[in-house]
Design a protein around this ligand. Structure first.
Ligand SMILES: Cc1cc2nc3c(=O)[nH]c(=O)nc-3n(C[C@H](O)[C@H](O)[C@H](O)COP(=O)(O)OP(=O)(O)OC[C@H]3O[C@@H](n4cnc5c(N)ncnc54)[C@H](O)[C@@H]3O)c2cc1C
Length: 389
């Protein structure tokens, strides 16, 4: 039996009404056809400002997966979770807008999050996506080593400047910052830039953290090479270790363009590779810290086992666990109860702007085998427990 089955602990902050609502929502998004139609309608109605569409979303998906429309509004969730030992990572979830003015405004928002969270242990990490600071195509060109035009050079300099401003502000205020991983075709440029930031700001400890997607092939080799460079140049590494979120898109693009699929051939292979990622961190703790971003119970348990085998304290500052807000509370609150470092991504933003994030959550919960069933089972178990069944 799983160690993560204490639903009383997992849902202590949720009222019966909230649990029942969450149950029906997961029940609806469990249906792929319904989710497909639903997300299309949702995108259309919210985008076209249909009356009540925003209210419906806010009372359902938004409430389940987001902290609030603003940072201030989200603080209630931050405080509530921290009371139980769980940190929050503000995720400003505006996606897909490729305009310089938007990149600047997101960068300013991230800097505001840093200032807002200085000295607050309830917010242990800052996070951003590389494509929130620049067009995906410019990353791709840089990664391929294409000769750039002068306007492209200027564009890339602006991306580098945004990275540097955020990482420097984190360094000055002793805040850790992690940079999300995205599509493979933009990742080489992002890796290179994040390494530059690590070299600059991680001399004393890991302030800047990269993300490694273990569903990709070749990532262990990348980590080995990065470690070698870190040792030569004298800086610490922080890695968020995830499986990876863009599998279908990656496979389709590889097939359409006739290049080898960059993703592990099977789920089992991704799982094995994830375990190797855990080993990599555990075997190199002198230089590397790890944040294990996963909803997988076995992976989380494996990290705990390896920590124990190494004689580490549960609260060792080099190891973190992370889940998304609204999912896998059974893992999060168990870990917090046992004094492990654990934090949840907490998306926030105007309802209209976070709809793409929410529809992705709904689609993912439809496609990630077992996840929705697991959430439903846990909620049902807790409702039964409360009824004394
Ligand atoms: C805190 C946090 C931060 C995250 N940050 C990022 C990020 O920066 N970038 C990013 O890409 N993702 C990120 N993710 C998402 C993550 O990559 C996974 O998509 C998600 O967590 C599901 O994987 P799992 O380990 O939780 O669970 P599981 O259910 O055990 O694994 C599902 C995952 O396994 C892999 N998989 C499934 N089927 C196959 C198959 N047939 N062949 C090969 N592999 C398969 C896929 O990666 C799939 O998402 C983050 C997740 C969390 C919790």
């Amino acid at each position: 039996m799983s160690i993560f089955n204490n639903t009383q602990l997992a849902f202590a902050d949720k009222t019966d009404a909230q649990l029942k609502k969450a149950y029906w929502m997961f029940k609806l998004i469990e249906q792929p056809a319904l989710t497909k139609i639903g997300t299309n309608i949702l995108n259309f109605t919210v985008h076209h400002n249909f009356p009540f569409a925003g209210d419906v979303v806010k009372a359902t998906l938004f409430e389940q997966f987001c902290g609030g429309e603003t940072r201030e509004e989200s603080m209630q969730v931050v405080t509530q979770m921290f009371r139980r030992g769980v940190g929050s990572i503000f995720d400003y979830s505006i996606e897909g807008k490729e305009e310089e003015a938007v990149f600047d405004s997101v960068c300013n928002e991230i800097k505001d999050i840093i200032r807002f969270s200085v000295g607050n242990p309830a917010i242990p990490f800052i996070v951003f996506k590389p494509t929130a600071f620049g067009r995906i195509d410019i990353y791709e060109e840089i990664g391929k080593g294409t000769e750039l035009t002068s306007s492209q050079k200027e564009e890339w300099e602006r991306v580098v400047k945004r990275f540097d401003e955020v990482c420097r502000l984190c360094f000055e205020n002793d805040k850790k910052v992690m940079i999300d991983a995205e599509e493979t075709w933009m990742q080489d440029a992002a890796d290179h830039l994040v390494e530059e930031m690590m070299q600059k700001y991680n001399r004393e400890k890991p302030i800047v953290w990269n993300t490694i997607q273990m569903y990709r092939t070749g990532r262990l080799e990348y980590m080995q090479a990065n470690l070698q460079r870190a040792k030569e140049k004298g800086y610490f590494i922080g890695y968020k270790i995830v499986r990876g979120a863009y599998m279908e898109k990656e496979r389709e693009r590889a097939a359409a363009n006739g290049y080898p699929d960059p993703i592990q051939p099977t789920k089992d292979a991704s799982d094995k590779n994830y375990n190797s990622g855990i080993d990599f961190v555990m075997d190199n703790l002198d230089s590397v810290s790890g944040f294990f971003g996963t909803h997988n119970e076995k992976s989380s348990e494996l990290v705990m086992d390896k920590m124990k085998a190494k004689g580490l304290e549960n609260s060792d500052e080099r190891i973190y666990f992370g889940q998304l807000y609204g999912m896998s509370d059974n893992i999060t609150f168990y870990l917090a109860d046992k004094k492990y470092n654990v934090a949840k991504y907490l998306p926030y933003g105007p309802v209209k702007d976070v709809v793409p994030y929410l529809t992705r959550r709904a689609q993912e919960n439809t496609s990630v085998k077992g996840q929705t069933g697991r959430e439903l089972g846990l909620i049902q178990k807790e409702l039964d427990r409360r009824k004394g069944k």
